[in-house]
Write a protein of this length. Structure first.
Lengths: 262, 304
């Protein structure tokens, strides 16, 4: 593997790609917000007519904060993240995202908001017919970045996550851990303002897991708000970030405080 | 190393190229364009033909003075003179000339030989009518003229070109309408095929579309993928259909070169008519692309 000892996001922070607003600042997208990136007020979620998966979930995260999301399998971690990236609407309660009330969002508002969010799906959700590079390129293409810049940036990031030899490989020819790294690269390529990672280190050894965590840390230092759902106690111990803990659909450990970024 | 290659993107974000509906759409499009181009060509040829009939035969009448048998019969020459006098005195008649007997003889020569008609009409081998060629001004009441002529001259028959020309023109117009209706139906069928293919594509790739949406794709972005996919297929099908149709027309033209009857259309088209035929597949492609976009946008609108 050709890990390089340089900052992972050097390419990303060069001028080729535009940041929508200065990192870490609450966006000026209207709304008389309180400066939080995410705010949940008594949110409940049920799938269809099933039982309530999330109950009375309330919390608020400041821009530039870094949280782990923990909880037993089936506790509702993925469901909580799905609410944030707007894959589902809550069955009750209020969610405010980037100072905008989700209940008042129209269909036309969604693409622009979603482009500010990078998601590492628990099951990766790579497109099987696209190469690793084209998978990573998706967010840039959606944002209309010129094709030349797209390829350079994606190749650079894939090199950094150790997949320099697999740029043109389709996901089906990659190992689970390699696919996971493609998924992570895709989530961070567009320098999202909010990064949601669902078990991003589930399929890699601790060495690579640590390296990926440093990538998230790097994003965090650039001002991205990060939430990582994980079971990995080693990582949680190593990085001193607050935990959101879910137990039977309820949030038990609140953020220690509104953690301002350094 | 980072590849310096700045290649065009390797494909669609949606794997549309492998859709089973793809090949089907291209073939349907080829068939539609083939039928459409032939129908349009038929419409153009018919309109040419009708134009030629109009130019050659309108504003004319043919009067026949038919020989009569029996003792009370007046000689043909006498009745011809009476008819000519009446015609020339009638308003709206520009000219009235009896065809000389030699010319009438020439007309029937292929059937009867040169002995068909004697010099003296009444004593001829066969009794032949005298033909009077009449030109009239547009808008003349030919029915009234015919009535007066028949009253004045026994055994005169009036053959109004306008009457059967009107029939022909009506026929031509209905053929033309039919041909254009076929073009319309073909376009409609093309639109329906595209709607079907796009809906199927959206259903097959529902998952990918959903993922693209989650990553911030607009409906327009998804629609563009379908547009370029449909355009590619429609262009391929359209090209095939147009090629086949042009080949068919050329074969028709070559085959009809032999029988050059005046009333049949000669299967030759002017340059602008060929251009009009070539525009049809372009229009159908455009229609397909617009349909694809509208179908995608409409379908996605109903998603949560
Ligand atoms: N689409 C769905 N339809 C119905 N029930 C669902 C759906 N997705 C999740 N659930 C249920 O919601 C509960 C929480 O699931 P979720 O995936 O959020 O848990 P999790 O904390 O992410 O678990 P894990 O750590 O195993 O990933 C589970 O009981 C699950 O069965
Ligand atoms: Mg989960």
């Amino acid at each position: 593997m050709e890990y390089e000892a340089r900052r992972p996001l050097r390419g990303l922070t060069s001028g080729a790609c535009r940041a929508p607003a200065p990192w870490g600042c609450p966006d000026g997208s209207g709304g008389s917000g309180d400066g939080t990136v995410i705010r949940f007020d008594n949110v409940g979620l049920r799938y269809g007519s099933g039982p309530e998966i999330l109950m009375d979930v309330s919390f608020a995260l400041l821009p530039g904060s870094f949280h782990f999301l923990t909880g037993a399998s089936g506790a509702g971690k993925s469901s909580l993240l799905k609410l944030i990236y707007m894959a589902h609407r809550p069955t009750r309660g209020q969610i405010t995202l980037f100072d905008r009330s989700m209940a008042r969002l129209t269909r036309d508002d969604l693409p622009e908001l979603r482009r500010r969010i990078g998601v590492v799906f628990q099951d990766f959700q790579l497109l099987p017919h696209l190469s690793a590079l084209d998978n990573v390129a998706l967010p840039l293409r959606l944002a209309g970045v010129p094709e030349g810049a797209v390829r350079t940036q994606c190749a650079e990031l894939l090199h950094w996550v150790g997949l320099g030899n697999h740029l043109e490989s389709p996901p089906s020819t990659l190992s689970g851990g390699q696919q996971q790294r493609v998924a992570i690269a895709r989530a961070v390529i567009n320098r999202p303002r909010l990064l949601l990672a669902d078990e991003p280190t589930g399929n890699v050894d601790d060495g690579i897991g640590m390296r990926l965590l440093y990538l998230f840390e790097e994003m965090h230092k650039l001002g991205t708000t990060v939430i990582i759902a994980t079971h990995n106690e080693t990582l949680i111990q190593r990085f001193d970030h607050p935990c959101l803990h879910l137990e039977n659909g309820r949030l038990t450990a609140m953020p220690r405080a509104f953690t301002r970024r350094m | 190393m980072i590849p310096k290659r700045v290649a065009a993107r390797s494909g669609y974000d949606l794997p549309l190229a492998t859709d089973p509906t793809g090949r089907f759409l291209a073939w349907i499009m080829a068939l539609m364009v083939y039928l459409g181009v032939l129908s349009l060509a038929a419409a153009l040829l018919i309109s040419d033909m009708a134009g030629r009939w109009d130019g050659g035969l309108s504003n004319g009448l043919t009067v026949q003075i038919i020989p009569q048998s029996g003792t009370a019969a007046r000689p043909v020459a006498e009745r011809t003179a009476a008819a000519l006098a009446l015609l020339r005195a009638s308003p709206g008649v520009l000219s009235a000339d009896a065809l000389p007997p030699e010319q009438t003889a020439k007309l029937v020569e292929p059937w009867l030989g040169d002995r068909g008609l004697a010099e003296d009409t009444d004593a001829a081998l066969l009794p032949f009518p005298v033909l009077i060629d009449v030109t009239i001004a547009a808008g003349t009441d030919t029915a009234d003229l015919a009535r007066r002529l028949k009253a004045a001259v026994p055994a005169a028959s009036v053959d109004d070109h306008g009457a059967w020309l009107a029939d022909l023109r009506r026929l031509a117009r209905s053929l033309q309408t039919t041909a254009l209706a076929v073009v319309g139906l073909v376009s409609l069928a093309g639109v329906m095929t595209v709607v079907f293919a796009v809906r199927a594509g959206l259903a097959i790739h529902r998952h990918v579309v959903q993922l693209l949406h989650l990553m911030g794709a607009t409906d327009r972005y998804v629609a563009r993928q379908f547009e370029s996919h449909v355009l590619r297929l429609a262009a391929r099908g359209g090209g095939t259909g147009l090629g086949a149709a042009v080949l068919t027309l050329l074969v028709f033209g070559w085959a009809s070169g032999g029988l050059r009857a005046t009333l049949l259309p000669d299967f030759t088209l002017a340059l602008w008519q060929w251009a009009a035929l070539a525009v049809l597949p372009l229009v159908l492609c455009l229609l397909a692309v617009v349909t694809a976009r509208r179908t995608v946008l409409r379908t996605l609108e109903d998603l949560p």
